[in-house]
Write a protein that binds this ligand. Structure first.
Ligand code: HEM
Length: 400
């Protein structure tokens, strides 16, 4: 199967779906030799693994690289903790993600989206090709997170390069060695900024997420600055490109089926369901890992204790065993009772509401202004990553 499934191969990354199908059908518990890890690809198996944190631990990191946490030089962030500490921290930070707090952002997001559309129109009027990913989809989550984290306007300009640096880091599997000097500086600057904010909020709490974390206690202990920094880090690293890529994939998928694009533009009430379908077909997070805490047997194959197991969400979300014979096809009205686009179990994405809100507002505004918006796939550039799926550049068509 090594000839079919090589997570580093650009051809696999460009179109992983045939390899996923073979893995699901022929080797649902696949052993990868170098680096050594196991890969699960069927929906039911991954669903079960995400919901069994005792056996499939997050504490050794989420990639197949050894010593991921040491490399990062950070306190383990929420996504790399197991219960019970995870449970306590999750309860705390969930205060920052209440539906009320999230919904309050809608008007600001809509205003921002309209400005981005106007900027793309100006570009088109000047004879340039607007880039759907760079000019539209990607700036929106950066803006949303800056608000959530209370980054003041005067710091906003510096926030964007910090985010790009972290995104590069994330695409390469959170390996600090992959960063250029400029990016290392940007990450250091971001940490310095948030350390300052934490100090200020400790002295004078206000109504934002960081203030809530400074007064919060887990097991009778206050969170340290490192804990809070780690949380800022995971939000910025986890909430940006994932959301931007969902928006870009949505437009790309709709450009492959103009009848469904027309239907969605004519009836925006279908957008929330369509978003799940976009995420199912082209998930921003294709694979994440766990480490086994005991031997576990799946389909007759024993995975020993202490092994890295990658959960191929991108394969699971197209499993015919779960989604039927049309699993590879776009159907914006498909009923999707469960999917793995945001994972499942205790680590289920805490920002899923915020991500869906942003994508909904972005599509409502874009399809209303430009119902025939599309993308030029021939001149697009993908990110290359074994873990994420998305774009560096995606030229837009049909704008202006
Ligand atoms: C389409 C957009 C998004 C996708 C596809 C996505 C995907 C995911 C996935 C797959 C996980 C689970 C990790 C695991 O099982 O180990 C996760 C966790 C998480 N996500 Fe998201 N995410 C998105 C947007 C966001 C946003 C907007 C935020 C924050 C504002 C965010 C913050 C987090 C955090 C903090 C966790 C860790 C939760 C925990 O460990 O309990 N995500 N996300």
């Amino acid at each position: 199967m090594a000839d079919v499934y090589d997570p580093f191969d650009p051809a696999f990354q460009a179109d992983p779906y045939p390899a996923y199908r073979r893995l699901r059908d022929e080797e649902p518990v696949h052993r990868h030799e170098d680096p050594p890890f196991w890969a699960l690809s069927r929906f039911e198996d991954i669903w079960a693994a995400t919901r069994d944190a005792e056996t499939f631990s997050s504490a050794q990191g989420l990639t197949f690289y050894p010593d991921e946490i040491g490399t990062l030089g950070l306190a383990p962030t929420i996504v790399m903790l197991d219960p019970p500490r995870h449970t306590a921290l999750r309860r705390l930070v969930s205060h920052g993600f209440t539906p009320r707090r999230t919904a309050a952002l809608e008007d600001r997001l809509r205003e921002f989206v309209r400005e981005s559309i106007a900027a793309m129109e100006r570009k088109a009027a000047d004879g340039e090709t607007p880039d759907l990913h760079r000019d539209f989809a990607s700036p929106l989550p950066t803006f949303a997170l800056a608000h959530l984290l209370g980054v003041p306007d005067e710091v906003r300009e510096r926030f964007d390069p910090w985010v790009s640096a972290l995104t590069t880091l994330q695409d390469d599997g959170l390996d600090l060695r992959s960063l250029t000097d400029g990016a290392v500086e940007a990450v250091a600057e971001m940490f310095a900024h948030f350390t300052e904010v934490i100090e200020r909020r400790r002295a004078e709490p206000s109504d934002d997420l960081i203030s809530a974390l400074t007064v919060a206690e887990v097991d009778g202990e206050r969170l340290t600055d490192w804990d809070i920094l780690g949380f800022c880090f995971v939000i910025v690293a986890g909430g940006n490109d994932t959301t931007g890529n969902l928006i870009s994939h949505a437009v790309a998928l709709l450009d492959g089926d103009h009848a469904q694009r027309e239907r969605l533009a004519g009836d925006p009430s279908l957008i929330p369901n369509a978003l799940l379908e976009f995420l199912r077909l082209e998930g921003s997070v294709q694979a994440l890992g766990r480490t086994t805490t005991r031997p576990v047997t799946i389909h007759g194959t024993e995975i020993p204790e202490g092994q890295k197991v990658m959960m191929l969400f991108g394969a699971a979300n197209r499993d015919e065993r779960e989604f039927g014979p049309s699993a590879d096809e776009l159907d914006i009205t498909r009923e999707i009772p469960r999917h793995l686009g945001f994972s499942s179990g205790v680590h289920f994405c805490i920002g899923s509401h915020l991500a869906k809100l942003q994508a909904r507002v972005a599509l409502e505004e874009l399809l209303s202004a430009y119902p025939h918006v599309g993308v030029d796939l021939e001149n697009a550039e993908r990110i290359s990553s074994p873990f994420s799926r998305g774009w560096k550049s995606l030229p837009a068509t049909g704008i202006g």
